[in-house]
Design a protein around this ligand. Sequence first.
Ligand code: PLP
Length: 363
Amino acid sequence: MLERYGHGGDLETAAETYGIAESQFLDFSANINPLGPPKQVLEQLGQALSSIIRYPDPGHRQFKQILGHKLGIREEHICVGNGAAECMSLILLGLYPQTVGIVEPCFSEYRQLSEQFDIEVQSVRGRPELDWKATVEDIGELMQQVDLVFLGQPNNPNGVQYRLEELRLLAEQAEQSHTYLVIDEAFIDFIPEEQQASLLTELYNYPRTILVRSMTKFYAIPGLRLGYTIAHPDIIKFMTGKQVTWSVNGLALLAGEAALNCDKEFELGTMELITEQRVRLIQGLSALGCEVSPGEANFLLVKLPESWRAIDMQQELGRRGILIRSCAMYPGLGDNHVRIAVKDAEANRIFLTEIEHVLKNVG
Ligand SMILES: Cc1ncc(COP(=O)(O)O)c(C=O)c1O
């Protein structure tokens, strides 16, 4: 099993397991923009290397200013973190919930972080007939029992969004039941703006709703780490009060500033590529007898034909230099579910050729 640390993208374990150099893999197990970082980011990083002799700004002021301007929000509503993952831990440290609610299947860190902080976790299951979303009623009931709920929007691993009306109902319910609603929008940038369902412009109505976003996926800088939270200033103060000074490094901040300043071309190019290639992967995999969830993000949840187990397919493809994410360990999913990233045309062509070969000739 490649998910030794609970996640995809573990090239070191893959290299050890299959005896192939890390650089030789096509990695469909981590959901990173296949275009790589914008060229402005790479240029900025090249020029900025000499700045590592200085401490980064512990107040993240430049980045917050650019971000606030881009999103149309005031800086006191923003907390910058060492990835969305640090933002989640600061939320738990700052708000100190006794119980956390999650909707399974979901990003494993919601549970893992909570348990690391000795917080009790309660869960409801997404429904297969709703493409693994839970109903508003199910989540509403969960909210009555816990202090804080994590919700993925779009959710990992199925890539499906809750509708705006559903989010409004949940945010209202959160106010009534005095529960925090943490909406993880780490992948929302991959969805065209007019199709994004986000409470960003309505947050002033819902002081207990918190948005978490990542810069590492869309701008392809997971190794640098950068994310942010948007919430009521009181929540932001609780979070920053728990943050280790300088936890966000200087290169990450500079890369983030360059990413936010980059032209629309990068965003449009990404959107076009992902939309086109997602359709191609859905068609290719469906023709091979796989069931694909109708995800809207840059990854797809795939149910392999019944005779296949995720772990065996991972092994077969891994030996051929292709990494996929087994989803067998996600509560609620079966042992033949896998998740694959949407990559560029050439990588997807190789993937479809290899999985076809495996499905037709192995097993
Ligand atoms: C749903 C989801 N949220 C958050 C994260 C963490 O993002 P970051 O790299 O910004 O810490 C991940 C990483 O895989 C994720 O899948």
